[in-house]
Design a protein around this ligand. Sequence first.
Ligand code: 13P
Length: 336
Amino acid sequence: MSIDQLAETAQAMVAAGKGIIAIDESNNTIKKRFDGVGIECTEENRRAYRELLLTTPRLGDYISGAILYDETLRQKTRDGVPFAEVMHQNGIIPGIKVDKGPQPLAGFPGEVCTEGLDGLRDRLKEYAQLGARFAKWRAVISIGDDIPSGTCIEANSHALARYAALCQEAGIVPMVEPEVLMDGEHDIDTCYEVTEVVLRSLFAALYDQNVMLEGTILKASMIISGKDCPEQASVEEVAEMTLRCLKTTVPALLPGIVFLSGGQSDEAATAHLDAMNRMGPNPWPLSFSYGRAMQSAALKLWSKDIAGNVAIAQQTVYARAKDNGLAALGKWVKAE
Ligand code: 13P
C-alpha cells in the first residue's frame, strides 16, 4: 500500500465535522461497563450491544470510523451481515484495537508497559483481510509520586513506534495513543509537563522507526487537572494548555489528532473539544475518539430494556455523535 492510500484513510478519519466512536473495550473492560448497569456479559449481549451502536441510523453523518475489539470484528448482525460490511455500507471506516493491554513494568512499581508486538505482523495481515483500515495501540502513563519514570515513557514510546511501523507495512493507519491518566491529585501544570515529555518521546520514536507521519493519527489525552485535584481548571484553561502542548510537540504534517474522553463527563469532553476548535485555526483537524463519552448515556438506557430500548438508545448515540461532530467544528451549542 502506498503512503498516498494511508494518507487518504487518515484524512477521511478526521474529515470535517466527523470523529471516531471507540467501541473496542476488551471483554474484561466491557464486563465492567455491563456490570455497572446490570447487564450480563455474555457473547450475545456484547454482540447485540455493538450491533445497536453500529446500526444507529445515519451514524455516518458525524462518525467517520469505529474502533472494534477482535471479537467484534468477527461478529455479525442478527441478520448475518458482518459488522465490517455494515460499517462499509454506512460510510464508517473499520478500525481495530491491536494491543494486548498494559502489563506491570518489571523493576518499576506502579508503572505499566503495553504488550502485543509478538505475532503482530500476522495479526495485522488478518485484520486487513477482515476489513480493518486503521488500528489502535494504547499506552498508559500514570502520574504519581516520582512517576512516570523516563524508562516507562521510553519503553511505551518504543512499543508504539514498533506497532505503528508494522501497521503501515500492512497498509493500516496507526492510531497511536499515549494516554496520560487523569487519576490523581496532580494539578493541570503537572499534566502539561508529563504530557509534553511523553509526546516528545513518542514523536522521536516514530521518527527513529521510519513511521510516515502523513499516514498516522494521534489519539491524545487532554491537558486537564487530576480527578482528585482540589483546583479544577476551567474549560478555557484546558483548551489553551492542550493546544499549547500539542503545538510544541506534534509536527504539523500529521493529518489529525483525536482525543480520548478518559473519564471526563460527556459534557466536559464535548465542551473542551469545542473550545479548542473555537480557538483555531489549528495546524491539524482536532476531533474525538471517545468511548465512554459517546456510549454511557446509551448504555444506561439500553440496560433498562435490552429488547425494547434499542431505538431510543440509538437516538442517544446519534445525539452524542452530533454534539461531538459540531464540537469538532467549534460549533457546538450547549443545551440550556
Ligand atoms: P474513553 O473515551 O472512554 O477514554 O475511551 C477511549 C479509548 O479508546 C481509550 O483507549
